[in-house]
Design a protein around this ligand. Structure first.
Ligand SMILES: C[S@@+](CC[C@H](N)C(=O)[O-])C[C@H]1O[C@@H](n2cnc3c(N)ncnc32)[C@H](O)[C@@H]1O
Length: 253
């Protein structure tokens, strides 16, 4: 039976998060325009991403990308809810950084000089038009990407705190409930390359009960595993690997 109270709650929150993202976008744009760092944590390096994901990717991102290049010939990467800071220092064939706004111009120039196939997509990750831009990138690079990314890292950190109205980047608010996090994760999963594309996620911090408990994460990962998705986690650091046996979408419950 459908739990209508729950359904209404999720939809209501979905709209609240979308509305709030507009507000945060304006603040982020304003700060970037003034030459200020828009978030306390912004454009973190490869070293930081490696530290965050070391429990589920002990070899590190660079070695993972090297192995993908050997297997598939090309490696495409995505920084989801991030501005591609970890791309610097990586040798890869292209990819996208998806965040609410474009990073500073000199940043874009320096990263694209080294990797001309990198694009910066600005938009709300919950918006269809943002995904249209990502899919457009993939179809323009279809021959090389086979319609998916080899590695996606999603490490929003303070970016999860997107709900409370009036909140400024860098201050505390509520992370979106689990259903919204799963929706975002499903969108990311759908653009993974099907033969070993890997998604690294840092789920939201615990806050006011609107978060994944360790038990919920284990249950969710077990369900995914039963559907043919390879999983690994250390508390809220999660790795999902899509294989040729995996479904096209994550099972939703
Ligand atoms: C704290 S920064 C973290 C950036 C990066 N992942 C890092 O570790 O350096 C949060 C990021 O989340 C992005 N973000 C927040 N809400 C978003 C949304 N609804 N859609 C897309 N990006 C979002 C912001 O634009 C910002 O780049």
């Amino acid at each position: 039976m459908i739990d209508e109270t729950k359904e209404t709650g999720v939809l209501k929150e979905f709209h609240a998060v979308r509305k709030h993202a507009k507000k945060i976008t304006a603040l982020e744009k304003e700060r970037v325009g003034k030459g200020l760092t828009p978030w306390g944590t912004y454009g973190e390096s490869l070293h930081t991403y490696d530290d965050v994901f070391s429990a589920v990717l002990p070899e590190g991102i660079e070695k993972f990308i090297e192995a993908r290049k050997t297997q598939t010939g090309k490696a495409f990467v995505m920084d989801a809810m991030g501005s591609g800071g970890f791309f610097a220092g990586l040798s890869f064939d292209g990819g996208v950084a998806l965040a609410l706004t474009q990073p500073p111009e000199e940043w874009v120039k320096s990263l694209t000089r080294k990797s001309p196939n990198v694009e910066f997509i600005d938009g709300d990750i919950l918006s269809g038009s943002t995904w249209a831009k990502v899919n457009d990138y993939l179809s323009r690079n279809q021959e090389k990407t086979n319609s998916g990314f080899d590695l996606i890292a999603c490490r929003p950190f303070g970016g999860w705190l997107m709900l409370e109205p009036g909140v400024q980047p860098g201050t505390t608010a509520h992370p979106p409930r689990n259903e919204i996090q799963k929706l975002i994760i499903n969108n990311l999963y759908k653009v993974l390359r099907s033969n070993g594309g890997t998604l690294l996620i840092e789920l939201a911090e615990e806050y006011d009960g609107s978060k994944f408990t360790n038990k919920e994460i284990q249950k969710w990962l077990q369900q995914l595993n039963e559907q043919g998705i390879e999983t690994k986690n250390s508390w809220k650091i999660v790795r999902l690997t899509r294989t040729n046996q995996s479904p096209a979408n994550l099972p939703i419950n």
